[in-house]
Structures are given as structure tokens and as C-alpha cells.
Design a protein around this ligand. Structure first.
Ligand code: ADP
Length: 344
């Protein structure tokens, strides 16, 4: 009776845990489980009395239960289910409940952590690669200068220019990486106030004017006078600079960039349109990812880091807004920032 009482309490407690728990007795037949385990491994059929190997076909798990039941030894194994979709660290140990020996397995799901680890490693390898590219170039040109190139006045100036450009590239890459990591760590707070959108756009046009001129791109603003949006001025400027800079870079010679504003219900929509080559549908969903670029070499050549749109997305979301893109191949693209109006 007492034992049953214990078992009931234990079963109730285990049913509240998110980790899957399975108990098996003689012959590796399942004698206990919690709700999480049933849902994960045997949603349609009661696990009662079935062999572990019938519910989870995994040799290591089977062996771990055998060792716990026969040898009284605990073990730790890795388990993948659903063709690798779910991953677990499993701890199997002998269990003595006063009767014959049983074994208990706790399944700690690591699917999300494993995925984050892959993202982290990809990010690190991207960063290393992106930093190494300009660094290799700097080292090569310094070597050429050291090997006598410095005596050639015309060429050495040119080499210094290349070194400077690559160093600047590394600088902006590091600035973007730091910025992104600050935002992702939740260390960037936005302080929205009413911002005069027309003036802000004009200031950005002035700052980017020579870049637009050099590509023969015309900058136009259709933002009406007196339009004010609720945003952190510095962060809104950062978002718009990124979008307008891209609209210039990925435009055609003689093209246009148009910035406009529209109010839809409680949302302010700020659009940046270009007359560039447009973006294929398969890229559209991915261009807001860190380091995703349609043409890596071209982006690099134009001083891009591949982090600009990721930063814009984060900043828009910090405003409880968002950013989206529409594009038509051969005609151009429109990026739209959505900002919720202040609560009245
Ligand atoms: P980058 O530093 O390369 O500009 P972004 O994160 O700002 O990085 O943009 C990612 C990629 O999205 C760019 O490399 C480019 O391929 C694509 N892209 C961004 N804006 C535009 C645009 N206006 N027209 C076409 N492609 C664009």
C-alpha cells in the first residue's frame, strides 16, 4: 500500500515534468512512463508492457537499459528520433523500488540547443571568413610594398588605397557585428518619440548624395510636410540609411530611389523603393538573415557586410514593428518599415 502510495505521488510529479521519463522492468518491458514520454514516443498506443525496443528503435538505448537492469550500471547516451528531428541526452540508471530491479531513463531534449549551436558555429565561421578576406588582401599588399613596391611612387599610393579600403571594411564589419550582438543580447533599448520623417529623410539624402551621384541614381522623397512617426530617431535613421544605401547600391545606372510614407490604421508605413534588378522569390525570405547575400562578391565589392538587413529587422522589431520586402524582377524592390503609432 505504502509503495503504491509512493508510486502514485511519483507518477503525479513525473507527469508535470517536461522531460520524458520511462521505467522498464524485466525483459526491458515498460512498466512506467510519464505523459511527456507517451506524447513523444508512443502517442497512439499505450506503452504499457511493450519492450523499449518496440517503442524506440535505438541500439544504444536498448543496451543502456540492459546494463542498468542486468549489471546495475548507469549510462548516458545520445538519442535521435523522427529521423534526427528531435535529439535527446538520455540518462539511464538502475532503480530499486523494493521489488525486482527496474531501470529508469530521463530524456533531456537538446533539439533547440543543438540548433542554436549550429547557428553559433555558422555565425563564427562566417565572421572568420569575412574578416580574413580583407585581412589577406592587406597582408598581400603590405608584403608587396615591403618587397620593393614602396619605391614605385604611383603604385605604392594605389596599394595604400587598397589597404585603407580593406581596413575600413574590417572596421565596418566589426562595428556591425558588435551592433548586432548588442541588439541580440537585449542591450539596445529604443526610446521612441515623435520624429519629423521628412527632415530625417532629407538629411539622409544629403549624407548619401555623393554616393547616389556617383552611380547616377536620383533620390526622391514623397514624404509629406509635417509627417511625424513614433520612433527612436537614431535607430530610425540607422534603418533608413541601411535601406536607402542598399537601394542605391543595387540600383541600375540612371535609376531612382523613392521614399514615401503612408498611414494604415494605427501603423505608419515607410517605403523605400528602387528601380534595381529586383530579387528572386527564393532569396526574398532569406535576405534578412545574417550574412545572407545574393551575390557575395558584388556585395563585398560595394563595401557590404551582409548584416545590414538583419540589423534593420531587429531594430524594427524593437519598435514593436517589422520590415518586409516586395520585389519584381527587372523592375525593382520595395522595403517597408512598419511602425505602430503611439497609444493614444
Ligand atoms: P549588404 O551589406 O550585402 O548590403 P544587407 O544585409 O544590407 O547586406 O543585404 C543583404 C543582401 O540582400 C544584399 O547583399 C543583396 O543581395 C540583397 N539586397 C538588399 N537590398 C537590396 C535591393 N534594394 N535590391 C536588390 N537586392 C538587395
Amino acid at each position: 500500500m505504502k509503495e503504491n502510495g509512493h508510486r502514485e505521488i511519483l507518477a503525479t510529479i513525473l507527469d508535470t515534468t517536461r522531460e520524458c521519463v520511462i521505467v522498464a522492468g524485466a525483459d526491458s518491458r515498460i512498466s512506467g512512463w510519464n505523459e511527456a514520454a507517451r506524447l513523444a514516443f508512443s502517442p497512439n498506443l499505450s506503452p504499457e508492457g511493450r519492450r523499449i525496443s518496440e517503442v524506440l528503435r535505438d541500439l544504444d538505448l536498448h543496451e543502456a537499459f540492459r546494463r542498468a537492469l542486468e549489471d546495475g550500471v548507469e549510462s548516458e547516451i545520445r538519442l535521435e528520433t523522427n529521423g534526427g528531428d528531435r535529439k535527446f541526452d538520455v540518462h539511464v540508471s538502475p532503480l530499486d523500488l523494493g521489488g525486482e530491479r527496474e531501470a529508469i531513463a530521463f530524456f533531456y531534449e537538446t533539439t533547440r540547443l543543438d540548433r542554436l549551436e549550429v547557428v553559433r558555429q555558422e555565425f563564427l565561421s562566417n565572421i572568420s571568413h569575412e574578416l580574413r578576406t580583407p585581412l589577406t588582401s592587406i597582408l598581400a599588399f603590405v608584403e608587396t610594398l615591403e618587397d620593393g613596391g614602396i619605391d614605385d611612387e604611383g603604385n605604392s599610393r594605389r596599394f595604400l588605397g587598397v589597404i585603407r579600403r580593406n581596413a575600413e571594411r574590417m572596421n565596418s564589419l566589426i562595428a556591425d557585428i558588435l551592433e548586432l550582438s548588442q541588439i541580440e543580447a537585449g542591450r539596445v533599448a529604443v526610446e521612441p518619440k515623435m520624429v519629423d520623417l521628412g527632415s530625417l529623410v532629407n538629411e539622409i539624402f544629403t549624407a548619401l548624395g555623393s554616393k547616389a551621384d556617383s552611380r547616377d541614381v536620383t533620390l526622391r522623397s514623397a514624404v509629406g510636410e509635417g509627417v511625424r512617426v513614433f520612433a527612436d530617431a537614431r535607430r530610425l535613421e540607422q534603418m533608413l540609411v541601411n535601406l536607402i544605401d542598399n537601394a542605391i547600391k543595387f540600383n541600375r545606372t540612371g535609376g531612382e530611389v523613392n521614399v514615401s510614407h503612408e498611414r494604415q490604421g494605427d501603423i505608419d508605413l515607410i517605403s523605400v523603393s528602387d528601380t534595381g534588378e529586383g530579387i528572386l522569390p527564393e532569396h526574398l525570405a532569406r535576405i534578412f538573415e545574417r550574412f545572407y547575400r545574393i551575390d557575395r562578391a558584388r556585395s563585398r565589392e560595394m563595401g557590404g557586410t551582409g548584416l545590414g538587413l538583419a540589423i534593420v529587422k531587429h531594430l524594427a522589431r524593437l519598435h514593436n514593428g517589422d520590415v518586409s520586402v516586395e520585389s519584381e524582377l527587372g523592375k525593382g524592390s520595395t522595403f517597408r518599415i512598419e511602425l505602430p503609432a503611439p497609444a493614444k
